[in-house]
Design a binder for this molecule. Sequence first.
Ligand code: AMP
Length: 420
Amino acid sequence: MTFEQLNLIQPILEALKQVEYSTPTPIQAQAIPKILEGNDLIGCAQTGTGKTAAFSIPIIQKLTQNPDTRKHRAVKALIITPTRELAIQIGESFTDYGKFTSLRHAVIFGGVSQVPQVNLLRSGVDILIATPGRLLDLYNQGIVKVPNLDFFVLDEADRMLDMGFIHDIKRILQIIPPKRQTLFFSATMPPEIQKLANTMLYKPLKVEVTPVSSTVDVIKQLVYFVEKTQKKDLLISLLSNETVESALVFARTKHGSDKLVRLLVKDGIKAEAIHGNKSQNARQNALNNFKDRKTKVLIATDIAARGIDVDQLSHVINYELPEVPETYVHRIGRTGRAGNNGVAISLVDPEEVKLLKDIERLIKKDIRVIYDHPFVSIASAIGVSKAIDSSKAAPAKGSGYRGNKSNGDFWRRRKLESKR
Ligand code: AMP
């Protein structure tokens, strides 16, 4: 499948050539024709699958082909996304793919002065990319007007709900015209998301790629058992390895992230943190430095990392495992983007063994353990062994572990895996 076969117009094909996309990703191959035909769409896909291009390319094409677009400048496509970082990235995508069209877009988000955003809106835009709060704020001030919307896109719907945006979304649905084409994207489809989709879509077609529980196969996943007190030493030794070109390190707390940065910097490793306590500009700077390879390591909390999109990110490191297993899948999906190889390493201390078990149950596979390192924690390994033992009573459905396996089997299997 090529982009030409998707019947895209020349200005878009030219732009795709410039960003060096040779073939559509699965979500693009499935979604673009359906959107071009005018259907509402539910896209079940996480970041990293190419979903931004899957919705922005057909929007650019349809707006360019519509003779009304040229007659008057007004917002004809509204894209709502949960975070500033995602909004900026979507804006960059419209810049890239719409480069050879005359369409104009604006990106608006909170936490910064509204003046430049208002000026841009007043100069006239066709496409508006917004976070929910700032959109409603500017709408209430009479600055944003959306009476003639052709396209409404809700991006990362599940995260919107996680972040408490449900009331804002309901309000936005009241201010946009009912007759429109709606595109709805979410990494997961739990019942409350399906319910939300039902309220806003008309006869939607569904496209689905890499469901959250099947981690992208190109990512190599590894576990290092380590005592909590030795995690920092292990991290420094891992990051000092030259195969680590750029690493996104997940920490649980803002304070912990800052502490890690200080430790790494002291050891001569260029690192910065990105978390909610930092100003928007400091976060953006840290992200840009990381993207431009001025810093090798970016330490992030889960909220701050939402939407981080860095091409060729070689490593994701879980300094601490997340409490919610699905978050692990979101985290490691930051590497292995668009078919690139990536490595996801988890440092697991004895108290985190249960979290590791939950993750392995979700992704339905055992993560390979590396024992051959100077900080290996026997307590963690024993913890896993105990967890296997107790799972005899109630083996998890679909889990890689079987209740009738003895611990001897487990150790043999783990050793074999670590030699592979
Ligand atoms: P997204 O899922 O939209 O966040 O996209 C993930 C990454 O894949 C971004 O860095 C895109 O630039 C890149 N990408 C999207 N589509 C393609 C494609 N067809 N070929 C190569 N890279 C792509």
